[in-house]
Write a protein that binds this ligand. Structure first.
Ligand code: HEM
Length: 235
């Protein structure tokens, strides 16, 4: 007797293909390899959705549809939280198991992740649409941050972009903690010491102007600070 015909659910979700994308139990190099593979595969799917939503948000901004863009960016924020949260699953893995998996992975590295590479490019793709919108509305970033309540929609939009930047940095930091936990703090990886390599990435600000506008605001405020301009923010 053959297998029963596929249900509509199986056909639509394509469960057969999806569940065939992991190594069969007999081929796993260790028990934990299935989790390792699934966490990475799920991450690639979430990053595909982030790409889809940011590309859409950029197009919406171009048309001046800020509310719709904001809804898409809200979804991106949710996906980024999932990406961050799911990293903690890997804390349940023993370094010995990672070594075994690492052998199976060969010279493969997370740096080659197509989804992550897209996530690094997306800020440059949405920024021009955002800048064009500010021009159309004849508002500067400085004005938005000086008076957020005068520009509530634009403020929500700029903060949604800051969320993207911050959540990406949070992911990088959390990922580095996993690296320390699995391979130690000083172990060289394929491309140098991960702590140096990954910490370098953490310094990057994707929407530089959204951070420098904060510096500007505080520089201005510090001048009027009762403890004196020369003492800086903390007085
Ligand atoms: C046991 C868990 C993990 C370990 C031990 C680990 C280890 C590493 C190491 C050592 C690097 C530095 C580059 C290299 O030497 O290859 C790296 C980079 C990277 N890994 Fe992982 N990784 C883990 C889980 C993940 C997961 C779940 C993802 C999700 C896609 C991921 C994505 C990346 C990315 C995107 C980079 C480049 C990061 C950047 O440029 O800031 N890694 N990983």
């Amino acid at each position: 007797m053959g297998r029963p015909p596929l249900t509509d659910y199986e056909k639509y979700i394509r469960t057969e293909e999806l569940l065939a994308l992991q190594k069969p139990a007999a081929d796993l190099t260790c028990h934990d390899e299935l989790q390792f593979q699934i966490v990475h595969q799920v991450a690639e799917l979430w990053m595909k959705l982030v790409d889809h939503e940011i590309t859409f948000a950029a197009a919406q901004l171009k048309e001046g549809h800020t509310a719709r863009a904001l809804r898409a960016l809200g979804r991106v924020r949710g996906v980024q939280i999932l990406l961050l949260d799911q990293l903690s699953l890997l804390d349940t893995m023993a370094p010995r198991d990672y070594m075994t998996i690492r052998n199976a992975l060969g010279r493969g590295s997370g740096q080659e992740s197509p989804g992550f590479k897209r996530m690094l490019q997306l800020p440059d793709e949405i920024w021009p649409s955002f800048e064009a919108l500010l021009q159309t509305r004849a508002v500067t970033l400085r004005q938005i941050y000086e008076q957020p309540d005068q520009h509530p929609e634009l403020f929500n939009l700029t903060e949604a972009l800051v969320d993207y930047d911050q959540n990406l940095q949070a992911w990088r930091m959390r990922h580095l903690l996993i690296v320390y936990r699995q391979i130690g703090v000083g172990t060289p990886s394929l491309k140098g010491k991960p702590s140096d390599l990954l910490a370098e990435g953490m310094k990057h600000r994707f929407f530089a102007q959204l951070w420098s506008v904060r510096d500007e605001l505080f520089a201005e405020w510090t001048k009027t600070h009762p403890y004196g301009a020369d003492k800086g923010y903390h007085g």
